[in-house]
Design a binder for this molecule. Structure first.
Ligand SMILES: NC(=O)c1ccc[n+]([C@@H]2O[C@H](COP(=O)([O-])OP(=O)(O)OC[C@H]3O[C@@H](n4cnc5c(N)ncnc54)[C@H](OP(=O)(O)O)[C@@H]3O)[C@@H](O)[C@H]2O)c1
Length: 329
């Protein structure tokens, strides 16, 4: 681990130096914990030249986050575990949008030739495939529910993009069993996926991420605060509660190095994770309790992550931000 960490550092330092020399002045000058004159706005160049890794980003909330960060100028890593086609589609959409964009978000900012890269979940097969230069999104297959998968994801991100500014821990597990039904493996699966693997990914990433200005954003759930939660939410909510406490403590710890660490806590979102195991009548009754009478779509959530990733959010640290349309107040 020590050797690997110093290896990361060497790669990042040498490439980041090159990268900074090519970077649009706005990327550094627009904040990242620097004192600037006047308020910092959020716009389509807020994340210009930044590199963002979003775990579980081939579908649902993670995919929407990746597209939104890319739309604000970030280079993004699309991570998936099983369905490579969806991951490719998301990357393709981002790369096509970048080509057709008149705002020239990526121009001059990419540190390395990027590649679509497919390891397997056990990290033992690597088949890099050279792609045209200046791709804004790359695909990395890695199992983000394990520490080794996270290490591999980080290593490949640094190898292909040369730096990391924004880490979003979106991949997660939401099982549904009450106390009488749970066993050790169900409990461990939730804490491994939702707590242990993200925490150790953050630990490794914190050594190599841009500082000051690095952004770490976890995903929790409004269920940690909702009194309407059901008994079968036990392991899911317990693990997300741990994530929220981790956020508070890491803000104090990594905050001293110029990172912000925050968590967004969405209410129900229309994704496969939510729909699996949630009968339609339950979805309808939840929707009835939301002022807009609908559950969220992933695109309702992603802009809040983009805001937290932006220079404008440099003073938001250690917070759990509810994004639930007024479902939980
Ligand atoms: N949906 C909600 O109502 C809701 C509400 C509050 C909070 N959240 C939180 O928001 C986050 C995202 O939720 P979601 O509903 O968007 O989830 P989702 O629909 O299950 O997201 C699926 C994405 O995660 C990837 N993925 C799954 N397992 C993976 C693994 N082991 N390694 C890497 N990638 C993996 C999938 O890729 P493959 O298909 O290739 O595996 C896909 O890209 C979670 O942390 C969840 O707890 C969700």
């Amino acid at each position: 681990m020590t050797e690997r960490k110093s290896g990361f550092r060497r790669v990042v330092c040498s490439i980041a130096q090159k990268f900074h020399s090519h970077e649009h002045p706005g990327a550094e000058g627009a904040g990242w914990n620097k004192n600037v004159a006047g308020p910092i706005s959020v716009d389509s160049t807020s994340l210009r030249g930044k590199v963002a890794l979003i775990t579980g980003s081939s579908k649902s909330i993670g995919a929407s986050i990746a597209k939104t960060l890319a739309a604000q100028g970030a280079f993004v890593v699309i991570n998936y575990a099983k369905d490579g086609r969806s991951a490719e589609e998301v990357a393709q959409q981002i790369n096509m949008a970048a080509i057709t964009s008149t705002s020239d978000l990526a121009s001059g900012s990419l540190p390395l030739k990027s590649m679509d890269h497919h390891g397997n979940g056990d990290n033992d097969v690597e088949t890099p495939r050279q792609q045209p230069e200046q791709q804004q999104a790359i695909v990395i297959k890695a199992d983000s529910s394990t520490i080794s998968g996270g290490q591999y994801l980080l290593q490949e991100t640094l190898r292909l993009f040369g730096r990391l500014d924004i880490l979003v821990l979106s991949a997660g597990l939401m099982g549904s069993k009450a106390l009488s039904e749970i066993d050790e493996s169900f409990f461990d699966a939730h804490f491994n996926f939702n707590v242990k693997a993200p925490l150790f990914l953050v630990k490794a990433a914190a050594d190599v991420m841009t500082r000051p200005g690095g952004r770490i954003i976890f995903l929790s759930t409004s269920l940690t605060a909702a009194s309407t939660l059901l008994p079968n939410a036990l392991c899911y909510v317990a693990s997300k509660g741990a994530v929220e406490q981790i956020t508070r403590v890491l803000a104090k710890d990594l905050g001293t190095q110029g990172f912000t660490v925050n968590t967004i806590a969405p209410g129900p979102v229309n994704t496969a994770l939510f729909r699996a195991g949630t009968p339609q009548h339950v979805i309808d009754s939840i929707a009835a309790q939301i002022p807009n009478h609908r559950i969220a779509e992933p695109d309702d959530i992603a802009p809040i992550v983009a805001f937290l990733a932006s220079p404008a959010a440099q003073w938001v640290n250690g917070q759990i931000l509810g994004v639930n349309g007024g479902y939980v107040v």
